[in-house]
Design a protein around this ligand. Structure first.
Ligand code: SF4
Ligand code: SF4
Length: 326
């Protein structure tokens, strides 16, 4: 059995997808990055586009994907509840992906140099996934895999192993991956797809994670999102193979979230992908969600209108204004 076949056998057993690609620089991305701002990364253009800057001995890239295509049953208990996108519910995907990559490393690459990354690595996950043949980029800018759609977490590994074969990037010639139907663009609540240009600053997922005071427009666009947004993937016909599940974390009780101590927040949210942004940002979003719901909870909101933190105070003032206009 070749190394490549062994990799695929492990992937099948672990219920993930995996592919291998060369470690050449990402030349096309390098050009694009010169003119595009990338939020939430401190890596230089060289680090983001040249695998050898991070690992001089690198010979191959191994990308893996783990599906999170789940729809959580709504909770109708009369409480004011926000929404957390399905990818951020449950165990933090960084850990899930890291565990899978560790399994590959331990079973297959024990005698080799490897570096493992999930989300926080220098290279662009999407580019690595495409080069390793996991899928092709759809109009919603997500990597779509023929079998599992686009709702999967991506992780990758740099290794000094030369595999017997590399996966080829998948072509979308027959529109068998992205059909070009445009549902993703038409359904985007933030209107982030602007004439073929992605405006990340209008993306709700980005807005829920960015720190500081949100503008009136950003607050309105947030709706009831506490963390993340996945509408452009949810509406995609390639993601109809979802599972159903129940989790209270998908629809957090806003009153509970606002009353939560830092210790409680860490216990409940730290193991999830939504926890990394911290209590303050999620509570800011929770206040805005109450406003957008025109919730009958001025008593709670007023407590935060006197807060010493400007972003929290501004969110409370926004919520009170919305409720007044009810
Ligand atoms: S995540 Fe939401 S706001 Fe962002 S592009 Fe997709 S649908 Fe639009
Ligand atoms: S919704 Fe349609 S256009 Fe958008 S990514 Fe999916 S298949 Fe492509």
């Amino acid at each position: 059995m070749t190394m490549y076949d062994k990799l695929q056998a492990i992937a099948k057993r672990e219920n993930i997808i995996a592919g291998v690609g060369n470690a050449e620089p990402f030349y096309a991305l390098r050009e694009r990055l010169r003119y595009t701002a990338v939020p939430f990364t401190a890596y230089s253009i060289e680090e983001r586009t040249e695998p050898s800057v991070t690992m001089p001995a690198v010979k191959s890239l191994v990308a893996v994907g783990s599906s999170y295509n789940v729809i959580y049953d709504s909770i109708d208990d009369g409480k004011y509840r926000g929404n957390i996108s399905s990818g951020a519910v449950g165990k933090d995907y960084h850990r899930v992906i890291k565990e899978k990559l560790e399994i590959i490393k331990n079973e297959l690459l024990e005698d080799h140099s490897t570096m493992i990354f999930s989300d926080t690595g220098p290279l662009a996950d999407r580019e690595v996934a495409v080069r390793c043949g996991l899928g092709t980029v759809g109009k919603n800018l997500s990597v779509i895999n023929r079998d599992i759609g686009s709702m999967f977490f991506i992780g990758y590994m740099l290794t000094d192993v030369e595999y017997e074969k590399w996966d080829a990037p998948i072509a979308n010639k027959d529109e068998d991956v992205c059909t070009g139907c445009g549902k993703c663009i038409g359904s985007c609540p933030g209107n982030a797809f602007d004439n073929g240009t992605f405006r990340y600053e209008k993306c709700i997922s980005y807005i829920t994670q960015k720190k500081g005071v949100l503008s009136y427009e950003e607050s309105k666009a947030l709706g009831i999102q506490i963390y993340g947004c996945d509408v452009c993937q949810r509406v995609c016909p390639k993601n109809t193979g979802y599972k159903r599940a129940y989790s209270e974390y998908a629809y957090p009780n806003i009153e509970e979230l606002l009353n939560m101590s830092d210790k409680e927040f860490k216990r409940i949210y730290k193991p999830t992908a939504a926890g990394w942004r911290g209590r303050r940002t999620l509570q800011r979003n929770a206040l805005i969600a109450l406003g957008n719901m025109k919730a009958d909870r001025e008593d709670i909101i007023k407590r935060f209108a006197e807060d010493s933190r400007e972003d929290i105070r501004a969110a409370a003032e926004y919520a009170l204004k919305c409720i007044k206009e009810r």
